[in-house]
Design a protein around this ligand. Structure first.
Ligand SMILES: C[S@@+](CC[C@H](N)C(=O)[O-])C[C@H]1O[C@@H](n2cnc3c(N)ncnc32)[C@H](O)[C@@H]1O
Length: 271
């Protein structure tokens, strides 16, 4: 199936806020996805993002998503443009971390550290653990976070499968928010989730990026949301969030969501 068809299917199935009946998901959508509250930190992170977007310094990076291929002389600008979270998404991550009161956050795929910065800024007392294969990218992220005075982040450099067991073994707190944002392949996504699952707190959320990017990622998403230990899944098109709560008794429910500006006739009168 091609990308346009995957997104068309998402679009056809998506419900707007006026069709959301769950108080929990209503809160998540209004506090995290459509929330427009602005924090001063957003300007600081966005200004670092814009600087990186215009930084033509060449660096060598190993592309872990393409069979560990070394790519010479890629510019920081290119890498930021192609792989980093955009500020709109960073703000959603920030609001999610705040709403869930996440204390221990794990990010797979640091890149230049923009997503990490939003997660870490949401609660400077929380601890963000971020993992990246490419040391040159970890170094850029570290520098950006230092400039932003974010000192609640620990960095781990290595291939995810190789380094995750050690990272998880050394945790001091169970994880309540996971951001899976690297190596978007079916087997890898399920493998990382299986490794991480025993280290999860009693409730929390996992953000999975690029769920409509490929057939493999869509299948990974469809497989994950069937897991018995989940309470909710929220498909936002570009990424998805699954929630778990060990004390919940109900089985998982699923929502595919789109802002009503894209389906303006679904405003509640005829739905
Ligand atoms: C999409 S970027 C992450 C963006 C970042 N989370 C953000 O929000 O700005 C994915 C990153 O994951 C890294 N990556 C991909 N597969 C990996 C693997 N198997 N092991 C280690 N790092 C990997 C890539 O080097 C890349 O920097």
């Amino acid at each position: 199936m091609n990308t346009a068809i995957r997104y068309l299917r998402y679009y056809i199935n998506a419900k707007t806020l006026y069709q959301v009946h769950s108080p929990f998901l209503y809160k998540i959508i209004t506090e995290c996805i459509t929330e427009s509250r602005y924090y001063y930190m957003f300007d600081d992170i966005q200004s670092h993002y814009m600087t990186l977007r215009h930084d033509d310094t060449p660096i060598d990076v190993t592309d872990y998503g393409a069979g560990s291929r070394l790519q010479r002389n890629r510019t920081i600008a290119e890498i930021t443009k192609n792989a980093s979270s955009k500020p709109w998404k960073g703000r959603q991550l920030y609001h999610l971390a705040k709403t869930l009161k996440a204390n221990a956050i794990l990010e797979l795929g640091t890149n230049v550290g923009i997503g990490t910065a939003y997660l870490a800024a949401a609660n400077t007392k929380a601890h963000v653990i971020t993992v990246e294969g490419e040391k040159n990218l970890t170094a850029i992220a570290h520098r950006i976070h230092n400039d932003l005075n974010l000192d609640n982040i620990s960095y781990h450099t290595g291939e995810f499968s190789a380094i995750l067991p050690q990272v998880l073994n050394n945790l001091t707190h169970p994880i309540d928010l996971v951001y899976l944002d690297g190596n978007h392949r079916y087997e890898a996504t399920l493998e990382y989730l299986a490794l991480i699952q025993p280290s999860l707190a009693s409730k929390g959320a996992i953000v999975i990026d690029d769920i409509n990017w490929s057939d493999g990622m869509l299948l990974a998403w469809q497989t994950i949301i069937k897991s018995k230990w989940l309470t909710w899944s929220l498909n936002l098109g570009q990424y998805g969030i699954v929630f778990w709560d060990h004390n919940a008794v109900e089985t998982a429910k699923h929502l595919t969501y789109i802002d009503y500006k894209y389906k303006p006739w679904k405003i509640g009168l005829f739905t």
